[in-house]
Design a protein around this ligand. Structure first.
Ligand SMILES: [Fe+2]
Length: 492
């Protein structure tokens, strides 16, 4: 019987279906079907996808009663209709799926399993850093497989609510006028534009005990409006990014000092901070971050725990399918004539990054392309786009971070060696969030190869294909809407 992993009820609802032999049959986000960003709940489109796979054992990504106890402690009140997994599943599945069996797991353990059981490692140190689930905010685990191939986890250390790096970062995101639990990536991008003036003030305001990740305040209630009055958003973001990196560094030092393994599996929403991830190679030799490390990815993590053994991870293309061959020639024609083209082909990416199946692609050369793409995306001009490059040429163009054997899921930034050639894909601090593409037979690989032959440039600009304010394009109907709104061809 298949296993259906579920994360839903709070934010970023998602579903993962895995087979009894560890194949991922489907993994998708509710928001892509409902068109509501960070949608907390299942919707009919997602249910329809999941029902296709038949009856299942259901695995839920956290322990509802423990979460409610923490919410009560935090003064948020108790949601009496979300006290048990059964209650939540009834709300989310609406009786359309009757689970054969139901399991629920600790929130951080689900994060850990989603990372370790998809990783290439037999043994790893697992670090989880997020905002908050039940009580844990930071946890460090030793993970191995036993002689029967069953994953075993030993928690080595934890920090608990309200001392939370993720809540601190979200409070800053809110303070500078962005949406918390959604736009932290914009805070990170904005940090590059700030001046290093408030770092010491921010440290003093935030950190009580750096080594043990104890904070001065409960940032769940936001950041005090009286702090750094008059400071620019960019300078606040810059200080916050530096303080967050100080705290993450302390967690990594502690994790390494357990000497459990030189392999690092890193999960939780904070693992999406690709600027901070540059440092990971200083502490660990090999690094794996599952491409969907936040709570949506814990639908996979909970399913992994119910399965028990290793999961066969092959790619992040796990969501809704737009069938047909990858439209390589159509894309190439448009890139050569119009510089910009959309693609919606194959299975949607699981995780926040478009990796070539739901992407807006462009010729990255020259000084005007950034404005052109920004005019379509209608986003802040300071934000650069990401490059996608033939993996074997990545070192020629970028100073790739240590510890990562590749950058196929855009999880760390790298210094660009030739920023003058590609201003659109280089941040103000000289870095780029690089996606490398191996010889994996994928459509985006074939496109890059042909693009390289025709232009001598092995790089394309890659940004997610989405209508302003909406999640990423999911199906062909979304792609059609994109075409008619923005006048840009989307090939399937
Ligand atoms: Fe989490």
């Amino acid at each position: 019987m298949n296993i259906l992993g579920i994360s839903a009820g709070f934010h970023d609802a998602a579903a993962t279906v895995i087979s009894p032999d560890g194949e991922i049959l489907f993994a998708g986000h509710a928001e892509r079907y409902s068109k509501k960003k960070n949608d907390a709940d299942f919707c009919q489109g997602l249910l329809d996808e999941v029902i296709e796979y038949g009856p299942a054992t259901v695995a839920y990504y956290e322990r509802p009663w423990a979460k409610q106890a923490r919410q009560w402690y935090a003064g948020q009140g108790v949601e009496w209709d979300k006290l048990t997994t059964k209650q939540i599943l009834r709300q989310q599945l609406g009786g359309q799926i009757e689970p054969e069996r139901v399991y629920s797991y600790n929130h951080h353990l689900s994060h850990a399993a989603g990372g370790f059981q998809t990783s290439p490692f037999e043994r790893a140190t697992v670090v989880v850093i997020d905002a908050i689930g039940e009580w844990d905010t930071v946890s460090i685990w030793g993970a191995t497989y036993d002689s029967n191939g069953q994953a075993r986890y030993k928690r080595l250390w934890r920090q608990v609510y309200p001392h939370s790096i993720g809540l601190f970062y979200s409070a800053v995101t809110s303070r500078i006028g962005l949406h918390p639990l959604d736009e932290e990536y914009i805070t990170m991008g904005m940090a590059g534009w700030g001046k290093n003036i408030w770092y010491h003030d921010m440290r003093e305001h935030v950190i009580a005990n750096e080594r043990d990740i104890e904070l001065q305040h409960n940032f769940h209630t936001g950041m005090s409006a009286d702090f750094l009055v008059g400071a620019s958003n960019e300078n606040i973001a810059a200080a916050a990014q530096m303080v967050a990196e100080d705290l993450i560094r302390q967690v990594m030092i502690r994790a390494r000092n357990f000497e459990f393994s030189s392999n690092l599996v890193y999960m939780g929403g904070v693992a999406l901070n690709c600027s901070a991830n540059r440092m990971l190679g200083e502490y660990f030799e090999n690094i794996w971050i599952m491409p969907c490390p936040g709570d949506a990815g814990s639908s996979l993590g909970a399913a992994a725990l119910a399965l028990g053994s290793r999961i066969n991870w092959t790619s992040a293309s796990l969501g809704h399918d737009i069938p047909g061959p990858y439209p390589v020639n159509g894309l190439l024609d448009r890139l050569l004539t119009e510089q910009i083209v959309g693609v919606a082909s194959g299975r949607a990416e699981f995780g926040p990054r478009a990796l070539g199946n739901r992407s807006l692609l462009a010729d990255p050369r020259g000084s005007e392309i950034k404005e052109k793409v920004n005019a379509i995306k209608r986003r802040q001009q300071f934000r650069p786009f990401a490059p996608v490059i033939l993996e074997e040429l990545a070192d020629t163009y970028f100073d790739m971070p240590s510890g990562f054997s590749h950058s196929r899921y855009m999880q760390s930034v790298a210094r660009c060696r030739v920023p003058e050639l590609f201003p659109a894909i280089v941040h103000v601090d000289g870095t780029s969030r690089v996606q490398t593409v191996p010889r994996d037979g994928s459509g985006i690989r074939e496109l890059l190869e042909k693009w390289y032959v025709m232009t001598g440039c092995p790089v394309l600009l890659n940004t997610s294909l989405n209508i302003r304010g909406e999640p990423m394009v999911n199906d062909r109907a979304d792609a059609d809407r994109f075409e008619s709104l923005y006048g840009v061809k989307v090939c399937s």
